[in-house]
Design a protein around this ligand. Structure first.
Ligand code: SOE
Length: 391
């Protein structure tokens, strides 16, 4: 019986490539975890699919995800597809007893996400969602400082996820701009990460108020499906953008802290700025993904003549994942957060425990996003009711 976890992955664009890379690195960096076996990759276009299979060294390939979920030689299904297919693939896979890793956001709606969570609980499989920024060492250090009360009582959490890839009005109408496929725009694609970080670092949210905008409402039809980076040829015909280009919102946390959030694809000059700052009664921290190996910290009890934010390079042995990769001073990147999250997933499967973040975190995120959308439509504050059936 071959050891290791046999992976069936659905999707081969940005996330499919990133996860393939992470599976390759896993056994080198986490040799004591079950080694992933890259068994079968699934995608729609046979030519692109075969190129992905050979380039990333997957054993098999299929254009039918039903094949992936039904195979006896697959233990895990990794869903790297657009949002509209998450629910069907995940439910079918879990009903076949497969463990499931699903990219964010979990589903097209709160009800879809709750269905996925319910099936995960009924089938008892290990389930996880791809909120990868939790796994940056500097983010984990910020969490440690909050949990150890070293920032004191938390007053503010401010977070921004800023991109600019569709500022050009001639950028074509790709799937991320179609509500029926993506579920939402900047809110679900970028805001979901910020909401998860808020839950992870600060706690539950009591109420929200928001405003969203679609700056460019019509775009050239994409002559073929293209992803974020893939420039598809644009036709002269135009179609409607049915998602938000930007959503900004305020939250009141259950613990009394205030939150300000900004998710936009129209922040010209920001390729993928993912930033948060936490202000407490005893200190503050600042994380900027563009300098992801650093955490800026401020502590009130520093001597009066040296008060100020200082930079901690989060690569030393006492730091999260310190020493796991390289000696102190050698930084990590975006890809390392994916290796960390997949290490959490395979170790949870091996140890028979819950993985975190999981589908319950996905449901909580979906609940907050729908509250924000309701507020954007009504112009009022909306109370958040997680109504969790989970653990
Ligand atoms: C595109 O906006 C995107 O790839 C998101 O979908 C990812 O979740 C984020 O990590 C980077 O930007």
């Amino acid at each position: 019986m071959e050891r290791g976890l046999k992976i069936g992955m659905v999707g081969y664009k940005f996330m499919g490539k990133a996860h393939s890379y992470a599976y390759r690195a896993l056994p080198i960096i986490f040799p004591n975890y079950p080694a992933p076996v890259m068994q079968i990759i699934c995608g729609r276009n046979p030519l692109d699919l075969e190129e992905a299979r050979t380039n990333w060294d997957w054993r098999l390939a299929t254009t039918d995800w039903n094949d992936v979920v039904q195979r006896d030689d697959v233990d895990v299904v990794d869903i790297c597809t657009p949002t509209d297919t998450h629910e069907a693939i995940a439910v079918a896979a879990m009903e076949q007893g497969k463990h499931v890793f699903c990219e964010k956001p979990l589903g097209l709606s709160e009800s879809a996400a709750r269905h996925m969570e319910r099936v995960a609980q009924l089938t008892g499989v290990t389930h996880m969602i791809g909120f990868n920024y939790r796994f940056a060492p500097a983010v984990l250090l910020a969490k440690r400082l909050v949990e150890q009360q070293r920032l004191g009582r938390i007053y503010h959490f401010r977070a921004q996820f800023l991109q600019d890839w569709i500022v050009d009005p001639d950028f074509p109408l790709v799937w991320r701009l179609d509500r029926t496929i993506a579920g939402s725009g900047a809110l679900g694609d970028l805001g979901s990460h910020l909401i998860d970080l808020a839950h992870f670092l600060i706690g539950d949210i009591a109420s929200v108020t928001g405003v969203s905008k679609t700056f460019v409402s019509q775009r050239p039809l994409a002559s073929k499906m293209a992803g974020l980076g893939g420039q598809s040829e644009s036709s002269q015909q135009k179609g409607p953008v049915t998602v938000d280009d930007a959503t900004v919102f305020l939250v009141q946390f259950v613990n009394g802290a205030l939150g300000t959030f900004e998710a936009t694809r129209f922040a010209l000059g920001h390729r993928s700025t993912n930033f948060f700052e936490i202000n407490g009664s005893a200190g503050s921290v600042r994380f900027d993904f563009e300098r992801m190996n650093e955490l800026s910290v401020y502590f009130q009890d520093d001597a009066d003549d040296v008060q100020g934010f200082r930079r901690v390079l989060v690569t030393d042995p006492p730091h999260p994942y310190g020493g796991r990769w390289w000696p102190a001073g050698h930084g990590l990147g975006y890809d390392h957060t994916l290796v960390h999250e997949l290490a959490e997933f395979v170790s949870a499967i091996e140890e028979g425990r819950s993985a975190h973040p999981n589908f319950t975190d996905g449901v909580k995120c979906q609940v907050v996003m729908e509250a924000v959308e309701t507020s954007c439509q009504t112009g009022r504050w909306v109370t958040v009711d997680y109504g969790l059936s989970g653990e």
